[in-house]
Design a protein around this ligand. Structure first.
Ligand code: SF4
Length: 457
């Protein structure tokens, strides 16, 4: 594999381990009209904010933008279900010509009357950036009229890429968490950043932490609510799972409220154990440390034999990874190693330079590493590298299936958790079931000799 196969404009975004010495180029602005697998600015913001369960999420734009909603993202709630609705101002030609502010005001009036929310997010979309509606002014007016929080999310297109949407969401969250008066610090209490409670993952991590004596003060943003977010600045520590979306917020909370942060990963046995130990060490409480060690020992004793059993079945298999953030990609390389699978292609939508350096260090010789790939590149490199399996999101699924490659959704609409010790087992099970699916007996095999080579359990 060499990068001469990439078109000239993309050469700096694609590297092969062992062939290029220069760092990978990344975080370029999305080009309007250019098809890549990366979502838009607004989608980046929506991903982060949507799991806030009792907020009204109002999309100021054409109806199509509002299709990005709960039903393609399985964040679960233990309380309000209001977040499952997607409200839109449904902008039309008339609004584009004469301005959409009157329609936005009417939409807010209607939503307040119907749902009496404490919090409304108003998302800006591409066309709003073009026509220049003043979201800040409309939201301020509505907030004063109803004595609630109405927060504009400055996520119109053409201002960057999905990462700009993450930052717009974090700026909106900072406006929510700002306490009316300084909160006193809670001991042995943390905020969990970058977990969106897909299939209840935040609940799993909460159960581990509570078992060892650590209080989860607020989760950003899985299963969170207006009231829990208002308490966020009382925590003693922020831990970050999804760095791509939440590093910016963690830095802001450190600057403004002196809350330190550490990066964690609850993907795979090894990273889960390391992360729990790092959290316990931060608090330095002997009882927490002892309980953490006991929990890790108990969980590894029951999960390690299962993982080892699967590992024996996957010998010689190769995986391709294309996910949103760099930190998840790093964890997945390690997690595939735990189950004996080589990763031959790794790409992300929003990886940062330092994450690509880590991916480069971690990857095997010959691994293709690429940023903000388009479908054609994914197809070419998966095929050439002989991948048997792709891990990606909702947009990558049809691509893998059309190529006759097994697929694991590590993002939007999955129904089982992949975090923590239980998640590591689910992951291995899913790898097995997708690689062993009888459907591959009927498909042309692009990725190597799959048929009959994996033992069925
Ligand atoms: S904000 Fe722009 S790119 Fe995103 S869905 Fe709407 S029109 Fe499409």
């Amino acid at each position: 594999m060499d990068t001469a196969q990439a078109i000239k404009e993309r050469e700096l975004f694609i590297a092969t381990k062992g062939k290029q010495k220069t760092s990978l180029k990344c975080d370029a602005d999305s080009i309007a009209g250019c098809v890549s697998q990366r979502a838009c600015v607004y989608c980046g913001a929506r991903v982060v904010l949507n799991p806030i369960t009792d907020a009204v999420h109002l999309v100021h734009g054409p109806i199509g933008c509002a299709s990005y909603t709960w039903d393609i993202r399985g964040s679960l709630s233990s309380g309000s279900e209001l977040y499952r609705n997607s409200f839109s101002t449904d902008l039309k030609e008339h609004d584009v010509i004469f301005g959409g502010e009157p329609k936005l005001k009417r939409a807010i009036d209607e939503l307040v009357e119907k749902y009496q929310p404490k919090l409304i997010f108003v998302y800006s979309t591409c066309i709003v950036g073009v026509i220049g509606d003043d979201l800040e002014a409309v939201c301020k007016q509505a907030a004063a009229k109803y004595n609630i929080e109405v927060i504009p999310v400055q996520s119109s297109g053409f201002i960057g890429n999905k990462s700009a949407g993450y930052r717009a969401a974090c700026d909106a969250i900072m406006r929510v968490v700002t306490p009316r008066k300084r909160l006193s610090r809670k001991v042995n209490s943390l905020n969990y950043l970058g977990d969106f409670n897909l299939a209840g993952e935040a609940w799993i991590i909460r159960s581990y932490l509570e078992e060892v004596g650590i209080d989860v003060n607020a989760v950003f943003t899985g299963d969170s609510s207006y009231d829990t977010l208002k308490q966020a600045t009382a925590a003693s520590l922020n831990i970050i799972q999804c760095a791509g979306s939440m590093n910016y917020l963690a830095k802001k909370l450190q600057e403004e409220y002196s809350i330190p942060y550490i990066q964690v990963s609850f993907l795979g046995l090894e990273d889960t154990a390391i992360s729990l130990r790092r959290i316990a060490e931060f608090f330095g409480d002997a009882e927490i440390i002892a309980k953490t060690e006991a929990l890790i020992e108990r969980e590894l004793a029951s999960t390690r034999p299962v993982i080892d059993r699967y590992k024996g079945m996957f010998s010689g298999k190769k995986a391709a990874v294309y996910v949103g953030g760099g930190f998840k990609a790093i964890s997945l390389i390690k997690q595939f190693r735990e189950i004996g699978i080589d990763v031959v292609m790794v790409g992300t939508q929003t990886g940062r330079p330092e994450e690509y350096d880590t991916i480069h260090d971690l990857a095997d010789e010959g691994t293709v590493i690429l940023d903000d790939a388009n479908p054609s590149e994914l197809e070419r490199f998966m095929t050439q590298q002989g991948a048997h399996l792709l891990v990606g999101g909702v947009k990558e699924r049809p691509l893998a299936y059309k190529l006759g490659i097994a697929f694991i959704d590590h993002n939007h609409d999955r129904k089982h958790p992949l975090s923590g010790f239980v998640g590591a087992i689910n992951f291995a099970k899913e790898v097995h079931s997708t690689l062993c699916s009888p459907v591959w007996d009927y498909m042309y095999d692009f990725g190597g000799d799959l048929n009959g080579t994996i033992a069925k359990v």
